[in-house]
Design a binder for this molecule. Structure first.
Ligand SMILES: [Mg+2]
Length: 395
């Protein structure tokens, strides 16, 4: 098991990904990749972290400071492409035609990224003789995407299923939310939690009378690679909260190691001023970078740490890395989850499963439409494992 000091922080994989995977539209199909670089900010004081933790300076781009610059530099485009507005077929005069087109496009996409439910037998076939380890995103994966991020509650049924699945497989939640908040949403002490895109990792909260070696190992799983950024993040949160006060529909959230500016409920006419305000503040913090999510701008430390790194850290900490008898499965819906999908794809071991009801560019191997299908997939894993244990047929 690696300790915090043994973790390889010098990977050349900078993959700072940033936008939610945009749907595959006609215009996007000609683009080889929609991965967008994180834009580090300029001028200011820096915490004393090793250089190897930071993105190379040649990735820096100047920040726009005026609305025209915001538009010209593509910030507004990035916000729009990260936040696709889907047409509601029920409100469309050509409902059947639109729905038919969507179904055809989705069906074509699943030829490349098949349904994990329909491919379930193939997945468990490759899990025979192996230990499955589960990694789950929260928003949009276990809970529905809702207008108010404070109301993204998971259902009791989902909680029960996640609790059950954790009895059979080591299970971790890896979320962009701050760890405390996602823990409050999930409410299961037996899981591992990686909050703030993996920058705040903690093992299960164990009862004091837990004394088994496995429990001791879980207690050791904690990691905060961006701890020195906390005062800076708090300052940026205060500044953003202040300057967004006058813009309707914007919510600024302090996720401990990153700040999220949600504009899901803001009029699209306000998006450019929101982008401008954010980049104006970021100009004073060169050690922070901006990332685009689904109707959210996220300000994070410019360290080489993401959900993929968190996945590697957890596998390592749990003694599951580089084991031929381990099958990691990562389920997530957002661009930030692509880093974890890439880790699994590069290892050639384990499966990434993208949660999406529309075709998207992805490095995942399989797909599920929505959280209800995620729940169905987890239930089938539980049933499969129970059946294996009864028949002694998993190995
Ligand atoms: Mg998500």
């Amino acid at each position: 098991m690696k300790s915090i000091h043994q973790v390889d922080m010098k990977s050349k994989n900078t993959s700072p990904v940033l936008a939610d995977p945009a749907p595959l539209t006609k215009s996007r199909l000609g683009i080889s990749s929609n991965l967008m670089p994180c834009l580090p900010s300029m001028n200011s004081v820096t915490p004393s972290l090793p250089d190897s933790l930071f993105f190379p300076s040649n990735q820096k781009k100047p920040k726009p400071s005026k609305l025209e610059d915001v538009r010209a530099s593509g910030w507004l485009d990035a916000m729009k492409s990260s936040s696709p507005t889907y047409r509601d077929p029920n409100k469309d005069a050509n409902h059947a035609k639109v729905q038919g087109g969507l179904d055809t496009a989705y069906h074509s996409w699943t030829l490349m990224c098949p349904s994990a439910l329909e491919s379930f037998e193939n997945i468990v076939m490759s899990a025979r003789g192996k230990r499955i380890a589960l990694f789950l995103d929260y928003d949009g994966t276990l809970s529905p995407i809702v207008d108010d991020p404070d109301c993204a509650f998971m259902s009791d049924m989902m909680r029960s299923v996640v609790s059950d699945v954790a009895k059979y497989f080591p299970t971790a939640i890896i979320s962009g939310r701050c760890r405390d908040k996602v823990y409050r949403f999930v409410g299961l002490a037996e899981l591992y939690y990686a909050g703030s895109h993996g920058m705040d990792i903690m093992g299960p909260k164990l009862a004091e009378n837990c004394v088994t070696p496995a429990d001791e190992q879980a207690k050791d799983v904690s990691f905060q690679p961006a701890k020195e950024f906390l005062p800076m993040i708090d300052k940026v949160f205060e500044s953003l909260t202040e300057c967004m006060k006058g813009i309707d529909g914007v919510k600024v959230e302090n996720n401990k190691f990153c700040v999220s500016v949600h504009y899901r409920c803001a009029n699209e006419e306000s998006w450019d001023i929101i982008g401008q305000q954010v980049c104006d503040i970021l100009q004073h913090y060169p050690q922070l970078r901006l990332c685009h999510g689904r109707k959210v701008l996220e300000i994070r430390p410019t360290i080489k740490w993401d959900k993929g790194k968190a996945l590697e850290f957890l596998l390592d900490s749990l003694g599951l890395a580089n084991c031929s008898d381990v099958l990691p499965i990562y389920i997530g819906d957002d661009r930030t989850d692509e880093d974890a999908f890439k880790v699994l794809r590069d290892k050639g071991d384990g499966y990434g499963i993208l949660v999406s009801a529309v075709p998207k560019e992805t490095r995942a191997c399989y797909s599920l439409r929505d959280p209800s299908e995620v729940m169905g997939f987890l239930q089938r894993l539980i049933e499969w494992k129970k059946s294996c244990d009864v028949n002694n047929s998993c190995s």
